[in-house]
Design a protein around this ligand. Sequence first.
Ligand SMILES: C[S@@+](CC[C@H](N)C(=O)[O-])C[C@H]1O[C@@H](n2cnc3c(N)ncnc32)[C@H](O)[C@@H]1O
Ligand code: SF4
Length: 484
Amino acid sequence: MTKIIGKYNWQDRVPSYIKLEDLTEQQQHRLIESDSFCMLPWIHLHAWPDGRAYPCCLGKANHPVGNFKEKPMAEIWNDAPMRQMRRNMLEDRPCVECGDCYEQESVGFASMRNNSNKNFGQHIAEINETLPDGSLPDFRLHYWDVRFSNICQLKCRSCGSIFSSRWYDDDVKLWGKELRPRIQFAGRHEEDVWQQMQQHVPHLDQIYFAGGEPLIMEEHNRILKLLIEKGNTDVRLIYNTNLNDLRFKRESVLDLWKQFPNVCVAASLDDQGDRAEVIRSGTKWAQVEQNIRDLKRECPHIDFMISPTLSMMNIWNFTRFHRYMVESGFIEAKDFNLNILQGPEAYRIDVLPADIKLKFKAEFEEHIKWLEPIDTITRAVGGFQGAIEFMMATDNSHLLDKFWSLTTDLDAVRNESLLAVVPELGQILKYSSKYQTEQQAFVESYTNVADPLWPKISTVEEFYALSKEIQQEVIETFNITPPQ
Ligand SMILES: C[S@@+](CC[C@H](N)C(=O)[O-])C[C@H]1O[C@@H](n2cnc3c(N)ncnc32)[C@H](O)[C@@H]1O
Ligand code: SF4
């Protein structure tokens, strides 16, 4: 399939694979101007490794459209939720399932919906087959994104046991019980989804592989081999991968990718070095860097980018990380596809206190000045601008205590310290109510024991402003220690 647009702009909404003049006015309205229409309910179904089905990977978690463990995909395709979504969209009405896209668009991000209308707009005529009740008699998947299982070798702090088998033991320690089985498969049995998917091979435009970790999944390997066998290697392959392992059962994925002209690898890297290793536990940073070098050398045709998820954990080094990856030659500046973490809510960057938000706003604006002349497609610039908007739009600082309790609970079961590796987090520690209570207790105990000849203090900061010798004397004389 050939792209027909000229200069690519990431925020552009014009469809990529069909000419505007071949679209009716109503089709143009739907694909480009509508605030609710999306191609995906006509060409796609998504499933989590636990079987919950969604219209796409951004579908609201509490609004599944069915369950792969209960019904065949063809039935979910025309069950009430999918029919309702199609009817809503044809009448320009919003859908509860699509809230995350609307939130992204409200801060200027090119959402999953915008991108899908751009990449799959060529199928717009197929919506004419929709029956009045919203059902679509032909079940044809042009776009696949099924998370076959939760098999993964990492346990990123932002993730969980639905998507990663490595989270299982931590869940048990945190909750005192098993929340779900260690390994989960999306279908009614291990082979179910694989068997149902094969009939759609002739319709395929694009497959998005995520997971779990796709590069260590049996199904991923099988699909690529099936496509090679059937000569369908012009399918677009898009990946989110942690890029820790390029080999599956001794076979290098690079050898398979060489046979596909249209591959995009978006490496989910949030930070570098030991920061990467604590935020995405199990990461071996030196190996990741080596894998990027191997990929770029052996498969120069691959559209390689970094797809970080911006959160409370990595915002501290974020602009430096971007520059590091560019200056090390791993990516061009534009190849930084920024995602914003929307949940768990305590990890969102809008939880930051107002004064720290202002500091990051200024830092991101400076970074954008560096980026603008070199980001030819505005993707990275748009990401940073959207991040500023997102951060400033809502004050969620009441969740700071929640952030600290999630973090310290996880530290305890993993025997790690996020604060030790990301020391900048110390700047927000003082806003947590636990810390404030400890501060108050220290000031009160000092006031109770120190006679008027000792310096007066009314905050812990004032104590730390005293000379080191006096601080030490207080600690030894009165046996009280200030909070760190
Ligand atoms: C669940 S992962 C699965 C694919 C692969 N294992 C990886 O990490 O790229 C898919 C994407 O979700 C991102 N992710 C992880 N936790 C997230 C969260 N809480 N919110 C949004 N995206 C998240 C990952 O960084 C990755 O880009
Ligand atoms: S690598 Fe991906 S699936 Fe695995 S734990 Fe991290 S985000 Fe989750």
